[in-house]
Structure formats: C-alpha cells, structure tokens
Design a protein around this ligand. Structure first.
Ligand code: ZN
Length: 339
C-alpha cells in the first residue's frame, strides 16, 4: 500500500483529540460515503483512492500503538514506516511476488528519505473542492415533451445543533458531529428539467455535491437523464414512431380515423389504396428539437382482419374472391423462375 502522505486526522475529518470511539464512528460513516460500489464511472476511481486513504488512516489511528508513534513523531514516523515498506516491497519483488507499489509512491518515499521537499503531513491545510455527485433520473416521453420539475433526494449538511456549528463544546470536540460542525440530513430539492432533453443528457445542479474541505467550494450534482421506454411510441432522436391499425376497407377506400399522439388524439386521413406498413407522417407531433421546433410522429399502417367474421362479412369476402380474378403472386412466381 503506497503511503498517501495526507494527514490521517484530516482524512477522517477528526480533531487530534478524537477518541477511539469517534475514530470508529468516522470510519464507518466515511466507509459508507466513499465505498467504490456506491459510485460509477470516473467517480469510482476517485472513490477507490479516497477509500484506500481512509482505510490507511483508520489502520494507523485505530491501533493505539501506531497512533502513539504517529502522534509523537509525525513525519519521522512516516519515514521510518515508508522505509520499512520500501524494504519489504523490494524483498517481495526479489521473491517474484506480485506487489503493487506505484512509481508515485516510490518518489514520495525518496523525497521523504533524502530531504527533498520534506513534506510534513498536516502542516499545510490545503482547501479542496467537494466531490461532484451523480444521480439517475427517469423521464417519460410526456415529461420530455413538456419539461418537468423533479424532486431529488440528497444529503444536505446542516449546522450541528449541539455545538451550533462550531465543532466544539467546552473546548472538547463535539460528540454529536465529531467536531465537523455539521450533520448530514436527508432532504429533497426540486430540479426543473427543461423540455426536449435527450436520453443520456447530464443536467448540472451547481453547489449540491459533496462539501469541500477547509472552505473549498461544494461540488455539483449531476442528474443523468434516462428516457423510459413507452409502450406505444418508439423514440428516434426527436421523432416518434407508432403503429396504427386499420381495417382492410379503410386502407382500400381511404378513411378518416383517430390516431394517438403524446398529447391528445388527432384526426388523420388514410389515403385510398394504402398498403400495409406504409407510413403516415404527422408533422410537429414528435419531441422538442434544439432549434425550438418539434420532431415528427410516424404512423405505420397495420392492416387488421376482422376476426371472427360475421355471416355478412363472410358473404362479402366470398363475393370479392369471385370479383377479383387476378393472382397477386403471379409476378413473384414469374420472377422466381428467372432468378
Ligand atoms: Zn456539533
């Protein structure tokens, strides 16, 4: 394990006076927050690093012996430990065992061993921005059409009521908030999602990510938008597609029928002589486009046979079969011969 060089107390967000119980509690809380399984993508790699740092800090501070050394010698202790680790790692490599020891870790150790910058952990309190958070939001096509306000649950820091945000009670670290001055409270915010967002869009909510350290700015919250599949309308960019069932005589003679859209049903004209699978285009009945317009809705005609046939229908179909003498397969059969 490479030594991160960060101050262990800072990593766990604890004062140097923290009790063993406070260390345990902070470790448990952060383990939940940083656990790599709770994050995805680039976040996961970051969290893996934090998780490692946190484990390292806990390993030392939860061991009274190691903690005492760390408290007494600080950097000196780290150098001794780093030297010991480097020696062990070299030994392990000589024996041909796999041992992860990054180049970065080595250079840190050499800097510490041979003077170099002589970076003492905890001497400089750099502020750093809070992590960005990401959460999933599922939208229906109707919500995409009109835009929607979504309620998002998240953890928000609130000032600790025990120490009134100071982190200390009578010069002792506040037990309620472990000296941090705040508690995380579950809350919900409303986020307005504009009309026309596409599947996979990330909507940024500034300042709603994790807290920064030492006055660093708070991270942002990103909403990852997923469009939920719709039973009737298939989405393709800003266009929508749906099937429209028609009777054989509606396709043959033409008709005016009601067709569904994402909003209200509209009256559409089926042209006489429409073939099965032919498409009708309803302009502007799709999803909002970036240019401010709307995509189209395409209706695919499905010719459906009445079933079961009534006696009257049976007779009419029989009449049709006598009236039409041509063979619809004649062309196909001829073409197949010369194939
Ligand atoms: Zn407090």
């Amino acid at each position: 394990m490479a030594n991160s060089g960060r101050d262990y107390y800072q990593v766990l967000g604890l004062p140097r006076t923290a009790s063993a119980d406070e260390i345990k509690k902070a470790y448990r809380r952060l383990a939940r927050q940083f656990h790599p399984d709770m994050h995805s993508g680039a976040k996961k790699t970051e969290m893996e690093k934090k998780f490692k740092e946190m484990n390292e800090a806990h390993e030392v501070l939860s061991d009274p012996d190691k903690r005492k050394k760390y408290d007494q010698h600080g950097t000196q202790w780290e150098q001794a430990e780093a030297y010991e680790r480097a020696r062990q790692a070299a030994g392990a490599q000589n024996r041909g065992q796999a041992h992860s020891f990054s180049g970065e870790g080595f250079s840190d150790i050499f800097e510490n061993l041979f003077g170099g910058r002589g970076r003492a952990a905890g001497q400089h309190e750099f502020s750093s921005s809070g992590e960005d958070l990401e959460t999933e939001v599922d939208l229906s096509l109707r919500e995409v059409l009109r835009g929607v306000t979504k309620r998002i649950n998240l953890m928000e820091p609130v000032p600790c009521s025990t120490c009134r945000g100071s982190g200390a009670v009578k010069n002792r670290p506040c037990q309620a908030c472990l000296g941090s001055g705040h508690r995380m409270e579950s809350t919900s915010i409303e986020v307005k999602i504009p009309a026309g967002v596409q599947n996979g869009t990330r909507v940024r909510v500034p300042g709603k990510g994790q807290l920064g350290t030492n006055g660093g700015r708070r991270g942002d919250l990103y909403l990852h938008v997923t469009l939920m599949p719709n039973k009737i309308f298939r989405q393709q960019g800003t266009d929508l597609h749906a099937n429209l069932p028609v009777w054989p005589w509606e396709a043959a003679l033409g008709a005016e029928v009601m067709a569904p859209t994402l909003t209200d049903a509209v009256r559409v004209k089926i042209p006489a002589g429409s073939r099965a699978e032919s498409k009708l285009r309803l302009k502007g009945k799709g999803l909002p486009t970036a240019a401010g317009g709307h995509g189209d809705l395409f209706l695919t005609l499905q010719i459906v046979l009445p079933s079961p046939l009534t006696e009257g229908e049976q007779k009419l179909y029989e009449q049709l079969s006598h009236l039409r003498t041509g063979d619809p397969r004649a062309e196909l059969l001829a073409a197949a011969q010369h194939n």
